[in-house]
Design a protein around this ligand. Structure first.
Ligand code: ARG
Length: 591
């Protein structure tokens, strides 16, 4: 369905044309003086130069034509000196438009007429290292972008892109060989079936081993060399190490899945760096034989600098001087694999913005060496750092890196207390409700900021039931749900009720918000910017609450009016719920 603004623009364009001017002057935008009018058209001002005519005259002629063409059914127009056209939507037209949004299965979200196949690379956890707060943003932003693009009609695949092939694996394997040398993984010439079915270690052990080994490797050269050797042997396919690696993967992935499920984040693909290893040798061969890569001080590199660069872009390294592959190699090979398996139109990487130079190098190298299709876009959505209230990267109270689980638990505990105090929720539901509300606090707190910016994770602020927060949005939805429930219980039907023209300004404001929903999602999708949806929701929730405070809804005695209010509430609820779904959370029934 058409956006309200598009309808207004088409009407005004027709009027300009009928008055003998170019249709393009009919562009209608949101008013930047909402105290004066809802929309504005500055075409007469723009046309004055071209037509050597006073803008006021152009505006007057156009408005007269507009009235001839469509009277006052769609909008009320006034001309203001020196030639501005101020527009207010006709209440009946707005009500009909709002009702149409309510009936549209997509609630007016514009559906693309050229659906793309898009792969989103997000999450990026590293196997055997617990998820920490640094992984939160990628998961939250990536999940939202995925949902926004899907809602717009694109085919989207999310890939977790596990870090499962690096030095951390060698560190764990080597440390394990010191602690449990009796395990069959370390012996030579063991038959395949000698490896245990069940992992002979626990996740807790793994999570203790990794930081220990990592710490030791930083001070002990020999230890580090052994770990690197183990990494190399794993990568060369040493059977025992491969078997051990598989067990580590199983345990770790099960735990990652549990954690992501708690965040309501889900991936279509659980691929990782290890999956693309077979692609590396043929890719390297091609890069060499086709002359894209050359040796520089022993390392194989692809030059990616361009004459227009303001800052120096160093070459993209494909192989280190000892012949080992690295992060870049894996990412290039992953592009090859993705082209082969999915042939996507876009690959979006939701990764810390500190990796932006890195992605510039990788993207240019892939493009130059034709690893990526000519029409395939590579996009890095770089996000800023999540800081604590002291403005420094978020840490535990003891100053360590905070595990994601710990953060979730802490927020949840506080929320359970709040919910119990509120007494709107049955005691046995308090825990699940708190989980839902906590998630909204975390996700909305993150997503309401522009992704590229650093932001302060302020638990107190994010979990407040008032202000621009997730819980406030949920509270608003819960309020609507409870009114609608009461209406249903008293047998009032509103589902097919006629939506009456808004009488009060706050009712009109709410309808105008709803009319802007499609445009907000369209912008969020084209700019990959979930914060645009947050801005939409916050305005709509505020306007709803204003309407709610100014209006007697259930106690309204005019039945048609009451039904119309309830219908408006229902549409508002659907639009808000669709919005939060695109942000990756949902609303409880009570809170
Ligand atoms: N595992 C990486 C890290 O922890 C993030 C991976 C991001 N994705 C990618 N294709 N490079 O930094």
């Amino acid at each position: 369905m058409k956006k309200l603004q598009t309808i207004l623009t088409e009407k005004m364009s027709a009027a300009f044309e009928a008055a003998g001017y170019d249709a393009s002057y009919g562009l209608v935008r949101l008013s930047d003086r909402p105290d004066l009018c809802e929309f504005q058209c500055n075409g007469a001002m723009a046309g004055a130069k071209k037509y050597h005519k006073a803008p006021f005259m152009i505006a007057e002629e156009t408005v007269r034509k507009a009235e001839e063409l469509f009277g006052k059914d769609v909008m009320e127009i006034t001309v203001v000196r020196p030639g501005f056209i101020n527009i207010n939507v006709a209440p009946a037209f707005l009500a009909a438009h709002t009702a149409e949004i309510g009936e549209d299965p997509n609630l007016s979200i514009p559906q693309t007429d050229a659906p793309k196949k898009i792969l989103i690379d997000y999450g990026g956890p590293n196997v055997a290292k617990p998820l920490h707060v640094g992984h939160l943003r990628s998961a939250v932003i990536g999940e939202s972008i995925k949902r926004i693009l899907r809602a717009s009609g694109h085919e989207v695949l999310g890939d977790v892109h596990l870090g499962d092939w690096g030095l951390q694996m060698g560190l764990i394997i080597y440390e394990m060989s010191l602690r449990k040398p009796e395990l069959p993984y370390f012996a030579e010439n063991v038959p395949e079936d000698a490896y245990p079915e069940e992992a002979p270690f626990t996740l807790a052990e793994l999570e203790e081993i990794y930081p220990f080994a990592s710490g030791r490797s930083k001070t002990d050269e020999d230890y580090k060399a052994k770990a690197m050797e183990a990494t190399h042997e794993l990568q060369q396919g040493r059977p025992g190490y491969r078997a051990l690696w598989k067990k580590i993967m199983e345990l770790s992935i099960a735990d990652l899945k549990k954690n992501y499920a708690r965040l309501d984040v889900s991936f279509d693909l659980w691929k990782g760096e290890s999956d693309v290893q077979p692609y590396i040798p043929p890719m390297v061969e091609r890069l060499k034989s086709e002359g894209y890569a050359h040796y520089d001080q022993g390392a194989l590199v692809i030059d990616v600098a361009e004459p227009t660069d303001k800052n120096e872009i160093p070459p993209c390294m494909v192989l280190k001087s000892d012949g080992a592959s690295l992060y870049n190699t894996t990412d290039l090979a992953t592009i090859v694999e993705r082209m082969e398996l999915f042939n996507p139109d876009e690959i979006i990487y939701v990764v810390d913005k500190r990796q932006s130079l890195y992605f510039t190098q990788v993207f240019r190298a892939a493009r130059k060496a034709k690893l990526v299709g000519e029409d395939t876009e590579l996009i890095h959505v770089g996000f800023g750092t999540m800081n604590g209230r002291d403005g420094k990267p978020f840490k535990t109270r003891q100053g360590g890196v905070m595990r994601l689980e710990t953060l979730l638990n802490e927020i949840n505990e506080g929320m359970v207390r709040k919910i119990r105090e509120n007494k709107n929720v049955r005691d046995e539901d308090a825990e699940t409700t708190a989980e839902t509300v906590s998630l909204s606090a975390i996700k909305y707190g993150d997503l309401s900021n522009q992704a590229a910016k650093d932001y302060v994770f302020d638990t107190e602020k994010f979990t407040a039931f008032e202000g621009n927060t997730g819980p406030y949005i949920l509270y608003t939805i819960v309020r609507i749900k409870s009114i609608l429930k009461k209406a249903e219980e008293t047998g009032i039907s509103f589902e097919n009720a006629a939506l009456l023209p808004p009488a009060a300004p706050e009712e009109k404001a709410l309808m105008l918000d709803i009319a802007g929903f499609g445009g907000a999602v369209e912008e969020a999708a084209s700019e990959l910017a979930p914060h645009k949806i947050c801005a939409f929701i916050y305005a709509a929730a505020n306007d709803f609450n204003r309407f709610y405070h100014e209006t007697r809804i259930l106690s309204e005695t005019d039945e048609a009016k009451k039904a119309s209010y309830l219908r408006l509430l229902d549409i508002t609820k659907n639009v808000l719920e669709k919005s939060i779904d695109m942000l990756g959370f949902s609303a409880p029934d009570h809170m």
